[in-house]
Design a protein around this ligand. Sequence first.
Ligand SMILES: [Zn+2]
Length: 293
Amino acid sequence: MSPSPPSSIYEPVTFTPYSSRVVYINDKDRWDLNAAAVILDNFIVVIDPMMYPNQARAFRNQIETIYRLPVKFLFISHEHADHVWGMGGFLDKDIEIIAHRQLAEILKEKFTTAWNQQVIDDWKVEEPEMAPMLELMNFKAPTITFEEKYVVHDGELSVEFFHSGGHTGSSSYAYFPADRILFGADEVNAHVWPFISDPSGSPERWITFYQHILNMEIDMIIPGHGPLVGKDHIQEHLDFLLKLKSAVKTELAVGKELTVENVPKFGYPPAEEWQIPKAVEFLNTFYKSQTLS
Ligand SMILES: [Zn+2]
C-alpha cells in the first residue's frame, strides 16, 4: 500500500518560520513535501497536514505550544495521500476541515474504500514497523466545503482558499494577504518537472491558475513540494506548460501524438521516472478530447 517506511516518520519534526505569522514544515523523504500554518490572532490555520499523522501531530503540538493558540482549521488541498493522510494527527480535537466540494466527495468515498479501517488494520499486520504512524491514521469528512472561494476571518486578518483544478480536478490553493504569501499546493512543485498526469486534472486550468497568480500580490510561494519560490519560478513553469501544449497540438494537427522523445526540454528534472511518460499519455488524451468536442 505504501512505499518503504521513511526515516522521517521516526524523526522529530521541526518547522521553519517564514514570518511572524507563517511557518512551514518540509519532509525531504517524501518528495520534499511541505505543509504550512498561518498564525492568526486567536487561532491557527493549517495548510495541508503532511503525509504521516504522527508528523502532523508533532507539528500541531509544536505550533500550538509555541504560539499558545489552538489550530481551528485544517485545509486539504487535494486528494493525493501525501496531502491527506496526516489528517489523523488532528482528529483528537474539534478542528474544522476545509476542502473543495469535489474533494470532499472524493475523500468520503476513499475513506470508506481504499483507506478504510480494515485496510489500515491489514497494513499494521503487514508492516508492523509503520505502527507509530498507523496508530494515528484516521479520517474524517471535510466539515466546510466551497465551490470557488472560501475565506477564514480573524479580526482584520484573513486566509483565503480558491479552487484551481489543474493538478487534480479538486485542487485548491491558499493565500494569506497580510504577508502576500501563496500556498501553491501541487500546482507548484518547485524545481522539478510538473506532476501533470492525474486523469481528473486539466493543463488548461493549470495554465489559467499560473496566469492568475502572476497578477496577484505575492512576495513568496510555499509550494506543495520543494523550496520556497517567487513569481519568476511560476513564469518558468507557465512557459513550459505552454510549450508542452503547443508540442502536443502540433503533433495532433498532423494526426500524430506527442512522444517522450519529442517532449520540450525543461530546466528541472522529473522527481519520478514515470512522470514524463505518464504526462505524455495524459496530455495526448486531454487535448485529443478537446479537439473532438
Ligand atoms: Zn498531488
